[in-house]
Design a protein around this ligand. Structure first.
Ligand code: FES
Length: 256
């Protein structure tokens, strides 16, 4: 274990969605390189509370890279400098003594700031509500296991299913597009036999709901680079193919 010294945190503080925000600077004299980034914020918050000040508001739940809530920009990168890593899995050993670390909330019109580092990602829920599910009865796990699915298909579906809905793809995209998130959710279900019944209706509904809130994809590829689950932008091609097929007249009668 190594102790890092003289870490400076420049962190965004904002009272609410309609108030002006500002950076606040804090010194952390000593911290273990084994501490996670969220533990660094916990230590800072304990100190602020002891001093009678208001703690920094940030989202977190699982702290093991599953829930996707620990969303923040660290030194201008979604979830920080380590590839394929959510903020809760980022450790202080990624930084060096004397570093100044800049921490901000997601900057995206579709994700308004609630307070400090916490943003409202409800538009993702609106997309899921219109198609991120199947209605066919699937039975229990043993029933699902008797449906033969080719290995490359299940692998591609499960890779897409690893999306944790954190919003890094939107925050990293210069257009504020949510194509990687939506494509991951559509691809996960549309590749599986259980997802076929609503395949084209799902693609159409989710893409059109996405367009109500988010910008358009122009193939920058920042989403793929920022994704803590390293989801491929190939999923966007799958989504686009299914979306355009859904618009063909001869497909529409299949789903409706
Ligand atoms: S706290 Fe759940 S993914 Fe980071």
């Amino acid at each position: 274990m190594t102790i890092l010294t003289n870490i400076t945190i420049k962190i965004w503080r904002q009272e609410g969605p309609d108030t002006e925000g500002r950076f606040e600077t804090h010194q952390i004299p000593e911290i273990s390189d084994e501490a996670s980034f969220l533990e660094l914020l916990d230590i800072l918050n304990e100190r602020l509370i002891e001093e009678g000040k208001e703690a920094i508001v940030f989202d977190h739940d699982c702290r093991e890279g599953i829930c996707g809530t620990c969303s923040m920009m660290i030194d201008g990168q979604a979830h920080g400098p380590q590839k394929g890593t959510a903020t809760c899995q980022l450790h202080m050993r990624t930084f060096s003594s004397g570093d100044e670390i800049v921490v901000e909330p997601w900057r995206a019109t579709a994700f308004p700031i609630i307070k400090d580092l916490m943003v409202d990602r409800a538009p993702f829920d609106r997309i899921m509500e219109v198609g991120g599910f199947i209605t066919a009865p699937t039975g229990g796990a043993p029933d699902a296991n008797i449906i033969p699915i080719p290995k490359p298909v299940i692998d591609a579906s499960m890779d897409a299913a690893s999306c944790i809905g954190c919003g890094a793809c939107v925050a990293a995209c210069p257009n504020g597009a949510a194509n990687l998130f939506t494509a991951a959710k559509i691809t996960h279900l549309n590749l599986l036999p259980q997802g076929q019944a609503e395949r084209y209706k799902r693609a159409e509904a989710m893409v059109e709901k996405m367009d109500e809130y988010f910008g358009s994809c122009t193939n920058h590829g920042e989403c793929e680079a920022a994704c803590p689950k390293e989801i491929s932008i190939d999923t966007i091609a799958t989504m686009n193919v299914d979306y355009w097929k859904s618009k063909f007249k001869n497909r529409q009668h299949l789903d409706r």
